[in-house]
Design a protein around this ligand. Structure first.
Ligand code: TRP
Length: 468
């Protein structure tokens, strides 16, 4: 047992926090948490799952999941991190011992470390797609292209394992470099410039989308719920995505929360992060669906949706090559800050738990993720008919890539979130929570009840419906 973990059990929390240094301000935490939350989940995944699940009703359920499940759990995670003052695994353990609980609770955070590995492996592959499109846009290949040739560019990329591998490797290397050097120094500044820039670029594309003549249809598709199109699996996907897009269920917000100064409101910061994250996702939807309808494309086209629609817009709008290049560069940055937040808790855990130094842990964890990513790369082409768990109806037709996405977003993250909700809602003392959250009694009791009753039941019900 390393020193770090025994001091965690001794409960030397305030001291440990002071030693690790804190975010420079409330803004810094918001920036880092937003950098983690806003990523491929908002711009790549949200539009395509919305398209696959029929639009409005799915969006409504997703928004409800953000407000009633995601936000309360985000607050719970940040709280655990700040109170524990360590990596997620040891924060859970420290609090468990402080509250007189079994140290076995630290396994909750260990589920998260596993989820992080699995997510980063395929996340990096998609990040690679974004890298590849920078070159495509910058060299003017998108200009004036038809929907077919834009589609052909995308299938050409997916069919080329060497290219995919190259970009996946580059993305993973970018993530590893930052994590190896310590996250805080560059991250704050990068996020504070790049996030607003991404926002502006999305607005520009939305502006273009308004000129296509199909904006109204897209708004109706996104915001007019048609419940006949909603399936129980759609509800599971919406719930899972609420966890995925807010970076919940694997300890990221715990890790970042452990650097949050005591005098900052957990509730306010969590609300801010959730709103910004949701705004980016909805903007992405408003940018993409008018293009889908204007060009007679299929909303349910799947994971390739943004790569088959946005390039069309960039090919047609004035200065499209420039905006397209910029857009994909910013998408890489958004994915990069998210990727960093996926690797960081794993590395912190290896440092504290196994006593490895930062470089060794980063390289080790990065290589394992990279290898798993290679399987995702191959599942897009050479192994496209390999479906490892295909004998179960639930996993029928799912390639390795699909399977990793499904297992993490729809099972591991909600499970991690459920356990955090139970841990905070049912095992920590109300007093500790009140002092940590420092909210008005009314708001506190709403949060407390939602976390104790609504969240666990909602996750459990959705699970039972889908898994049984
Ligand atoms: N939230 C990020 C996105 O939407 C992905 C992500 C980063 C994530 N860190 C995470 C998802 C931790 C779950 C858990 O792209």
């Amino acid at each position: 047992m390393s020193n770090a973990s025994s001091s965690a059990e001794g409960g030397a929390m305030g001291q440990a926090t002071a030693k690790r240094g804190l975010w420079s301000s409330r803004l810094a935490f918001i920036l880092a948490a937003t950098g983690s939350a806003v990523g491929l989940g908002n711009i790549w995944k949200f539009p395509y799952i919305t398209g696959e699940n029929g639009g409005g009703a799915f969006v409504l359920v997703y928004l409800l999941c953000i407000a009633a499940v995601g936000l309360p759990i985000m607050m719970a995670e940040v709280l655990v991190g700040r109170r524990g003052g360590h990596s997620p695994v040891n924060s859970m353990r420290a609090i468990a011992s402080q509250e007189g609980l079994k140290p076995a609770w630290r396994w909750v955070a260990a589920v998260g470390v596993l989820a992080g590995f699995l997510i980063l492996s395929f996340y990096s592959v998609i990040g690679g797609w974004a890298i590849s499109y920078v070159g495509t846009a910058a060299t003017g290949q998108l200009a004036g292209q038809s929907a077919e040739s834009i589609g052909a560019i995308f299938s050409g990329l997916l069919g080329d394992p060497m290219k995919l591998l190259l970009w996946h490797t580059l993305f993973m290397a970018l993530v590893m470099v930052v994590v190896a050097r310590g996250v805080r120094s560059g991250l704050e500044r990068a996020v504070s410039i790049l996030m607003p820039a991404l926002f502006v670029l999305l607005l520009i594309v939305v502006g273009y989308a308004m000129t296509t003549g199909h904006f109204g249809q897209a708004v109706a598709f996104l915001f007019q719920p048609d419940f006949s199109k909603l399936t129980t699996s759609g509800v599971l996907v919406a719930l899972g995505h609420a966890f995925f897009t807010l970076s919940l269920g694997m300890g990221v917000m715990m890790a970042y929360g452990s650097y949050l100064p005591k005098n900052i409101s957990i509730a306010k910061t969590s609300v801010t992060v959730s709103i910004m994250d949701t705004a980016v996702a909805l903007l992405a939807g408003l940018a993409i669906f008018p293009i889908v309808f204007a060009n007679g494309l299929e909303p349910g086209a799947g994971p390739g949706l943004i790569f088959q629609t946005l390039p069309l817009a960039f090919g047609q709008m004035p200065m499209g090559s420039l905006f397209g290049t910029l857009f994909f560069v910013l998408l890489i940055f958004a994915a990069w800050t998210s990727g960093i937040s996926l690797l960081e808790p794993i590395v912190e855990w290896l440092e504290e738990q196994k006593g490895m130094n930062r470089t060794v842990s980063t390289v080790g964890a990065g290589i394992v993720c990279w290898l798993l990513g290679v399987a995702s790369v191959l599942s897009l082409n050479l192994w496209s008919d390999v479906t490892p768990l295909g004998m179960f109806t639930m996993f029928e037709g799912k390639t390795i890539f699909d399977l990793l996405d499904f297992l993490t977003a729809n099972i591991l993250l909600p499970l991690g979130g459920l356990l955090v909700a139970v841990f905070v809602g049912w095992t920590m003392s109300r007093k500790a929570l009140e002092s940590e959250l420092d909210m008005s009694p009314g708001t506190f009791s709403i949060w407390y009840r939602v976390l104790r009753y609504f969240t666990p039941v909602a996750v459990a019900v959705v699970f039972v419906y889908n898994l049984v």
